[in-house]
Design a protein around this ligand. Structure first.
Ligand SMILES: Nc1ncnc2c1ncn2[C@@H]1O[C@H](COP(=O)(O)OP(=O)(O)OP(=O)(O)O)[C@@H](O)[C@H]1O
Length: 443
């Protein structure tokens, strides 16, 4: 483990100096990176590159790369940063350039400030900081959350990472919200790591507490999003309560970019802040949002929220709808086919009932439906609840896992589904989210 000292601490940021403009590398190339510089790359979907650290130290969003090990990257936009300089060997086609101007010093300083709070918490038996990261789309929120998580792990901590951005699942499929205690390093090739259903992984598998929302944006159905966040916060807080190491480290909460713009979004931020009892807000790349967060939270009567502004990295790239769609499909595939050996295909005949056959109060949260051809190639969330439970209980339940609808026979009211779970699910309510829409056949 070698978190570096803090190189360049207190120095003014250097003027942007890109070592090279975007270029396309095909054959094997050697890159010599100077200290404090970053190699940024984009690999298209359907293509892959191999990267090897020949010498020196290098990291991806805080996770150190092993020397001489070949890492393969597919369909990704990312960067490799070095504190002390390194030599990289790269083969395969990618868009790439090297940058010397990065906000890494301010990010690592933020990490050390959080460490100080964790040390203080340890002295008085308290809780580590509950950190919320907000900012517009593609401001680098998830990358910062990864970096703070990796650095905390490298210090022997175990942060609870919360994902409230349903567009990108964290160790789960898109549409879900999760809370995951991280004790071991992140898998840099996979992003966060393998989902629990994936097979053998070089990096230990993490088990998220998973809740289901089933829509891409919190604003699509705030009436559903808010209570799901509340449940997630309750579950995460109680998990914190039973694990002293996680409690002493605290939480790091990622958010969807859409809530960082506009009044409706700010209301959702307030909801997350109060449900998770957030005490640090990191604002990425928006003066306006920073001022709004200060106005709302700095002078709060409890006075307990600290708002910090951080620069957006020049490396952040916009991801268009097609790229997001590919990413979402890749994570769905990984969920179902991470380990083919453990994949089961079941034919079941459930009356497809969120809320079940028993009389339940119709609260309008979910509509009861029969198997229909509309469900073909869709994903259903199997809930830890009973068919007799109320709709609220089902909404508030955690997700057991997800199934994929491979065939539907409307006449017989039968579906053939792909079930990557080794357990009986026919007596469980399943929720059919309208998103992500699956357009391709997985099998
Ligand atoms: N320094 C960097 N160099 C190269 N790529 C980067 C860098 N930082 C972030 N990226 C890439 O930019 C994209 C956007 O970053 P990220 O996902 O962290 O933003 P976000 O604020 O979480 O976005 P959203 O709100 O849309 O979820 C990602 O593909 C990420 O890998």
């Amino acid at each position: 483990m070698s978190i570096p000292g803090i190189p360049g601490l207190g120095q003014a940021a250097a003027a942007p100096t890109f070592a090279a403009g975007p270029a396309t590398a095909a054959a094997s190339t050697i890159h010599e990176l100077q200290a404090n510089s970053e190699w940024r790359f984009e690999v298209a979907f359907g293509q892959s590159i191999d990267v090897k650290v020949l010498s020196g130290t290098a990291e991806i969003f805080g996770t150190e790369l092993a020397e001489k090990h070949t890492y393969t990257f597919r369909g990704t936009k990312s960067s490799i940063f070095t504190w002390h300089g390194c030599r990289l060997e790269v083969s395969g086609p990618c868009e790439e350039y090297t940058a010397e101007d990065t906000p890494m010093v301010s990010y690592v300083n933020t990490h050390f400030a959080l460490e100080k709070l964790r040390d203080e918490a340890a002295q008085n038996g308290g809780e580590g900081p509950r950190v919320l990261v907000v900012g517009p789309n593609n401001a680098g929120k998830t990358s910062l959350v990864k970096l703070l998580t990796s650095y905390a792990i490298r210090m022997g901590r175990q942060p609870m990472v919360i994902n409230t951005d349903s567009r990108e699942g964290l160790l789960s499929i898109p549409g879900s919200l999760t809370a995951t205690p991280f004790a071991s390093i992140l898998d840099v090739e996979q992003g966060w790591g393998s989902s629990p259903t994936s097979g053998p992984s070089p990096v230990p598998v993490k088990l998220p507490l998973c809740y289901y929302y089933g829509l891409p944006s919190p604003e699509d159905n705030a009436k559903l999003f808010k209570p799901v966040v509340t449940r997630l916060a309750l579950a995460a807080s109680s998990r914190l309560g039973v694990d002293p190491v996680v409690k002493g480290t605290g939480m790091i909460i990622d958010t969807p970019g859409v809530i960082s713009q506009g009044k409706e979004g700010y209301e959702l931020i307030s909801h997350i802040v109060s449900e998770f009892a957030v005490n640090i807000i990191l604002v990425l790349g928006s003066e306006r949002l920073h001022s709004e967060m200060n106005r709302r939270f700095s002078q709060s009567t409890s006075g307990a929220v600290t708002v910090v502004k951080l620069d957006k990295s020049g490396g952040c790239v916009d991801r268009d709808d097609a790229f997001m769609r590919h990413t979402q499909e890749a994570s769905i595939r990984e969920y179902f086919f991470g380990d083919l050996k453990r994949t089961l295909i079941n034919s079941i005949n459930p009356s497809f009932l969120p809320g079940g056959e028993a009389e339940t109060m119709d609260t309008g949260l979910y509509e009861k439906v029969e198997p229909s051809s509309m469900m073909l190639h869709c994903i259903l969330a199997v809930m830890y609840a009973s068919l007799r439970d109320s709709q609220e209980t089902i909404r508030d339940a955690t997700v057991m896992g997800f199934v994929y609808v491979a065939e539907v026979d409307e006449k017989k009211r039968r579906m053939k589904i792909l079930v990557p779970m080794n357990t009986r699910i026919t007596d469980r309510p399943m929720i059919w989210g309208t998103w992500p829409e699956t357009t391709v056949s997985l099998i």
